[in-house]
Ligand binder design. Sequence first.
Ligand SMILES: Cc1cc2nc3c(=O)[nH]c(=O)nc-3n(C[C@H](O)[C@H](O)[C@H](O)COP(=O)(O)O)c2cc1C
Length: 327
Amino acid sequence: MTLDFAPLEGITSRDFREVHAACFPGVDRYWIPFLSPTSARQLTARQLRELDPGPLGCERLVPQLLTKEPADFLWAAGAIAALGYREVNLNLGCPSGTVVSKGKGSGLLRDPETLDRFLEAIFTAAPLPISIKTRIGVENPAEWEVLLPILARYPIRELTIHPRTRRELYKGDVHPEAFRRTAEVLPFPLRYNGNLFTPADVQRAEAAYPDLAGVMIGRGLLADPALVVRCKGGKRDRAALTAFHEELAARYLRYMHPDGALLPKFKELWLYLSLLLPDDLAWKKLRKCSRWADFHPLALDLLENGVLTDEADFSRISQKSVNLLDG
Ligand SMILES: Cc1cc2nc3c(=O)[nH]c(=O)nc-3n(C[C@H](O)[C@H](O)[C@H](O)COP(=O)(O)O)c2cc1C
């Protein structure tokens, strides 16, 4: 079973992925946050930089596309194949309002016939194997029963399921029964994603679904960047955590203004990292900082000297913060 780092748009950038892999070995693959191809038929400089395999190499990266246009998908898949990748992933999960209203991401699940036509067009002409990451419906988990036979028609390289509907965003419980049902019905390798926050959560998923190809971990790895190290029997190393934080900041400072783009990036990161602290007092101080020069020493002191608990406390992610991050 492999342990993958989920794509988190705006957070798990190329710099983030490379620095994380250097400080916390053990993640099998890093997924590149979605790329939206357009009819312009040209990758932007930023997209090219994100897709450049760099030191991780194509084998440890999964590029992902978000579109409802078969021609745009196929063009971008060709560009991805030319870069040396062996798989391209289709995003059927993004719950963001602007994406869904355009019929993309989880919005493609709304109309099963349109989805079927889209899949037929891309699977017929794809220049490389296609994997899919999906939710189980838009409004109601019962929609999954209608979607399953459609997915069953295509040679999906691997199916990652986040067993929530679009309406549920990232909140509340997942629907384990929908995942179990998929394992009974679909012949493809399956990957489980959703609310894996501790090594015990990962073990439970492995035990619950014995034929799993692997799991994908998102927010759990943001809160505890050593989560996969710990899943593989290692310990969280404070020096590695500090090195990760400092190297990421150093890389971002090459092209971000400290009080402009960098500060909100690190506040978003600390929204999760602060779940390792015993309470929210330090987080409240961090989020009030309006200058990197104030934020940075506070953050560094917490990493070097703060009390860090064994498990991140996800009950403290406030609804407001979750809504801010829905993407
Ligand atoms: C800020 C943010 C950005 C995300 N960006 C993407 C993305 O680009 N592609 C994608 O498939 N899922 C994206 N997701 C969903 C995650 O990959 C993952 O499915 C979700 O966080 C649930 O897994 P978790 O409970 O392990 O965090 C994003 C989620 C968040 C919170």
